[in-house]
Design a protein around this ligand. Structure first.
Ligand SMILES: Nc1ncnc2c1ncn2[C@@H]1O[C@H](COP(=O)(O)OP(=O)(O)O)[C@@H](O)[C@H]1O
Ligand SMILES: [Mg+2]
Length: 322
């Protein structure tokens, strides 16, 4: 069964220069117990998708079209109080740098209990503490951390505690948005393994977001490649890796050292994602594409994912480029 169905989602930010179309016609589904990856360079719209799912986008951001069906119900347009029910206990998020958002003057355990009290008002402090100890065990933290202040913990420990916080209200879906980017490499690897373990042990659904396609390979069952606010390729992670179709996916793969291997030549990621204000071409990749033609920049054509096979789709414009 699908835990999440995103259909034709559009989200934009109002700015003095015009509307930034950060999420364009994004559709994907996440099954129960599945790990779904979203990859793309910085500025492609990954965080905007994540925040839209929780409807926690910045004040100048607005969902302008589409549905987000979570656990069978469209949550777009729900009231703040209805959304509070969904957040944490339905969908929770671990975001980049979350470890720095702990309140410095309140003990870690107390901060987690505070979140739990809102969703489980009938549970006692002892019951909540017991649950926190169980969660700490799962994420590899000692129970004594409950009584520590944030500054007494290392970066890796703080981020593990964030994962425990995200799990504390029994969500069905966890979104991890670049959760390890601020950590050093060894700790990154440990945290990745921890998240994967938690997801599998608890049977959770996971949306894992990263700019690093090698991490997506390790962490996910299915994946989407985002470019300039749109999904340009999507499918079973194995298939996207073994048979990439979109020129942008190929470019990401050919520029990742651990995938290319030591003997082959690395391709540098030339250019950068376009500004998303008043986009003027049908294929957003046309300005970086190795083999664009006139049609790619024809505004009258709509982007469309074409079926490669039943578990693999790519934007029809760019499947023969690159
Ligand atoms: N509050 C905001 N106001 C205006 N533009 C924004 C805002 N937040 C993000 N953007 C723009 O939206 C686009 C997508 O950003 P983001 O979702 O953060 O991408 P990613 O997470 O892939 O790096 C970028 O062009 C970014 O500059
Ligand atoms: Mg981001």
């Amino acid at each position: 069964m699908n835990i999440l169905e995103v259909k034709d989602l559009d989200m934009s930010y109002k700015t003095i220069d015009g509307d930034v179309e950060a999420v364009k016609k994004v559709s994907f589904t996440v099954k129960e117990g599945e790990s779904f990856g979203i990859v793309g360079e910085s500025g492609c719209g990954k965080t905007s998708v994540a925040m839209s799912l929780l409807q926690l986008q910045a004040d100048n951001g607005k969902i302008t079209n589409g549905e987000i069906i979570f656990d069978g119900k469209n949550i777009v347009g729900l009231s703040e109080s209805q959304l509070r029910e969904v957040r944490w206990s339905g969908i929770s998020i671990v975001f980049q740098g979350a470890m720095n958002s702990w309140n410095p003057v309140v003990k870690i355990g107390e901060q987690i209990r505070e979140a739990m009290r809102e969703h489980y008002p009938d549970k006692t402090k002892e019951e909540n503490t017991k649950k926190i100890i169980e969660l700490f065990d799962i994420v590899g933290l000692d129970s004594s951390i409950i009584d520590r202040f944030p500054h007494e913990l290392s970066g890796g420990m703080k981020q593990r505690a964030v994962i425990a916080l995200a799990l504390s209200c029994d969500p069905k879906l966890i979104i991890a948005d670049e959760p390890t980017t601020a950590l050093d490499v060894v700790i990154q690897d440990q945290i990745l393994k921890e998240i994967r373990k938690v997801q599998e042990v608890l049977g959770l659904s996971l949306i894992y977001i990263s700019h690093d396609i090698a991490v997506i390979a390790e962490m996910t069952d299915n994946m989407a490649v985002m470019y300039a606010g749109s999904i340009v390729e999507m499918g079973k992670t194995d298939k996207v890796f073994s048979n990439p179709k979109h020129a942008y996916t190929k470019m990401l793969l050919e520029s990742t050292p651990s995938i290319v291997g030591p003997k082959k030549k690395l391709r540098s990621l030339d250019g950068e994602p376009p500004s998303l204000i008043n986009t003027d071409s049908y294929c957003s990749f046309s300005y970086r594409c190795p083999s664009p033609d006139d049609n790619c920049r024809n505004r009258n054509i709509e982007m469309e994912l074409t079926k490669i096979d039943s578990e693999h789709y790519a934007d029809k414009c760019c499947i023969n480029c690159g």
